[in-house]
Ligand binder design. Sequence first.
Ligand code: GLA
Length: 386
Amino acid sequence: MKSTAGTIARGGALLLALASVGAAREGQGQPAPPGSGVTRAAFGKLPDGTAIESFTLRNAQGIEVRAITYGAIIVSLRVPDRNGRFGDVVLGHDDLAGYLDKPAYFGAVVGRYGNRIAKGRFTLDGKTYTLATNNGPNHLHGGVRGFDKVVWKADAPAAGTASVTFRYTSRDGEEGYPGTLAARVTYTLSDKGELAFEYSATTDKATPVNLTQHSYFNLGTPGNDILGHELTLDADRFTPVDATLIPTGALAPVSGTPFDFRKPTAIGARIAQDDEQLKRGGGYDHNFVLSSAGAGLRRAGRLTDPGTGRTMEILTTEPGVQFYSGNFLDGTIKGKGGVVYKHRSGLCLETQHFPDSPNQPSFPSTILRPGKEYRSKTVLVFGVTR
Ligand code: GLA
């Protein structure tokens, strides 16, 4: 029995060893191998010695997505512009140390609860839970050590697919949350330029769950601001916030406000308007209520950079999207290739349930119960416009 298991394990190791030959070659700057697939490689070590790995997904068009086991972070995403020139469209760092020094959720999966929970408190089934507060009076993105700052386990990549699955088990009581939560995210790149994020989770006690991907996009020139990008959001309403960015509970119409992105509009066109909500967010930092929510996977919006022609369409099963215009970026973070990430040099479109749902009975519920499975899917479709 023992030796059979050993043989299987050795067989697995051989496959991995073959995969990492590709990674070594790539490290020496040689051309990427053609066709779709996954390459596994080392991506540094945490201070405690834990080895972090990277998985590079590649499709037949040459689109390349690299994700690491730390935070399930997407560290790079290379897509072509209208002239076929590939460029990296997400903010991040060249090495692991960058992600540890100045964490800004670049490319990470945020959880157990993406965005804010007011005062780090909620009541569920008659019991009040206290969470870590790490954003003024509030709980943000899962707390002090959210899912963006933990090591995920990767499944061995399956041959012939450009896909990777990361798993993380969050213990009962972690950051104050009830229940052991077994979470999983799968990133899959198709040959049509679609990058899918599929999340699932189960729990042994009722708990709020709201997972999302926190990539900062810049479809143009890294380091430049994103104010010229055109955004469309299929949302008739948004959730206005108080001074600490907690939703008031209202679903306000976007009509006649700077929050109306139902037609493609430059992000910078109205961002400086004298609007109380924009002032509270320091720009856009709001949840948009997707109009066709509840209808499975459907379009949430589209981002276009007129300069390069790059486009990114977003589809999701989620009821909301947090549009964050990179207002907290202030030039103090130096990212990939030494590029300084100045104010609004990246933007996030975080498909998710609404912020503070555990305290807002009228919002769609984020409570996962034992015996049920949390499932969520978002697809980014990359293309170009002439
Ligand atoms: C989300 C929040 C923002 C900010 C960023 C990370 O988008 O809504 O307020 O915390 O994440 O900096």
